[in-house]
Design a binder for this molecule. Structure first.
Ligand SMILES: NC(=O)c1ccc[n+]([C@@H]2O[C@H](COP(=O)([O-])OP(=O)(O)OC[C@H]3O[C@@H](n4cnc5c(N)ncnc54)[C@H](O)[C@@H]3O)[C@@H](O)[C@H]2O)c1
Length: 339
């Protein structure tokens, strides 16, 4: 099935996206709206995102609220969504080190509550945003395959992302809820606003755009599997409709290993920054040296493929940050601005 056929499966359907204003969610919303759904509902508390990042569209309803609040949940499940994409989360590792209880509440209890509402509203599919950067731990064999997870994890975020998967599996096994766990790896793309707790790519570009050195925490030889958000959205949409995905955990990634040093050099080159790179000590919890996902299972079950060339993807991020520079400057707090 090509991506257009996948999207057509959502025509005239009702789709609920928790955390739909975030980086991945806002891209999912834009793609879905192009497929003429009956309605897309975004349920987001905007604790880590901005209204301006979502389009204005007659088929899009935006509900501000937290997945911890029963009234809000009742409101967004009232209309019996056909598909639920549960992307809302307290993001990510450092944030969870600084705020471990909030992380447990949102990523643990919040996920449980969403699943409870799914149990009574019976959507055709519930796709959960899991994290391959989390569940495999820091010492797994490369490339990471879906058949094992680590029980020794480095941050509360990682623990709670695994907990979310376990809850989904429990609801699938016990209540036959048609769940799928997507395991993402370092997703990047237009739509991610830089900030203290955000990913390395928008933060590197933001520093480069302000003529600052790029700070590498570690030696720079650490690798990550940077995955373009457009590819991730395509994978998520496939997870929503392919029956073979039900009850499974599936990596969605690029299956390409890039060193952080190579990334930093590419960012400085694309942004035309001469400020260079500075090396600072690793954060205590960051024990992950290499990260590379196998996407064999996604290819086999979903017909997924990672299509975006890395440099092209980076150029798209830079273009988006330039285009939205004024909005971003006015949205993020000065403390976060040049993290
Ligand atoms: N981006 C990545 O590299 C990556 C990697 C692995 C897993 N994930 C997972 O994918 C999902 C989406 O990631 P993202 O990069 O778009 O993150 P994001 O932070 O941009 O989006 C999460 C959204 O959830 C919202 N939110 C937070 N707490 C909420 C609450 N209590 N109620 C309702 N909404 C709430 C935030 O405002 C934000 O809009 C998350 O579940 C994340 O854990 C992302």
């Amino acid at each position: 099935m090509d991506s257009q056929q996948v999207l057509q499966s959502y025509t005239d359907k009702k789709i609920l996206i928790t955390g739909g204003a975030g980086c991945i969610g806002s891209n999912l919303v834009k793609t879905l709206l192009a497929g003429k759904p009956r309605k897309v509902v975004v349920f987001d508390d905007f604790s880590a995102s901005y209204w301006w990042n979502l389009p204005k569209h007659g088929s899009l309803e935006i509900v501000k609220g937290t997945i911890l609040d029963e009234e809000g949940l009742k409101r967004v499940f009232y209309d019996y969504p056909d598909y639920v994409f549960h992307l809302a989360a307290h993001f990510a590792n450092q944030n969870s080190i600084d705020h471990p209880e909030t992380d447990l509440l949102v990523n643990g209890l919040g996920t449980l509550k969403v699943l409870e509402y799914c149990r009574s509203s019976k959507p055709k599919r519930v796709v959960f945003a899991g994290s391959g950067c989390s569940v495999y731990g820091s010492h797994a064999k490369i490339p990471f395959k879906e058949d094992t997870v680590s029980l020794t994890l480095d941050t509360p975020y990682q623990v709670h992302k695994l907990l979310g998967e376990l809850y989904c599996n429990h609801y699938h096994e016990t209540y036959a809820l048609p769940t799928v766990n997507a395991r993402f790896f370092n997703v990047y793309g237009p739509g991610e606003v830089p900030g203290r707790y955000r990913n390395v790519i928008p933060n590197f570009f933001w520093r480069a755009m302000h003529g600052k050195q790029l700070q590498i925490t570690g030696t720079g030889d650490e690798t990550r599997d940077f995955s373009y958000v457009g590819d991730i959205v395509d994978g998520l949409l496939r997870m929503g409709i392919v029956d073979g995905a039900i009850g499974e955990s599936i990596n969605l990634a690029s299956s390409r290993e890039t060193t952080v040093k190579d990334l930093a050099e590419s960012v400085n080159e694309i942004a035309g920054s001469k400020a260079g790179i500075v090396y600072v000590p690793k954060r205590d919890w960051d024990k992950s040296v290499r990260r590379l996902a196998s996407i064999d299972k996604a290819r086999k079950i979903l017909g997924y493929e990672a299509r975006m060339d890395f440099k092209e993807g980076l150029k798209k991020v830079y273009a988006w940050l330039q285009e939205n520079r004024a909005l971003i400057e006015s949205s993020i707090s000065p403390n976060d601005a040049l993290w």
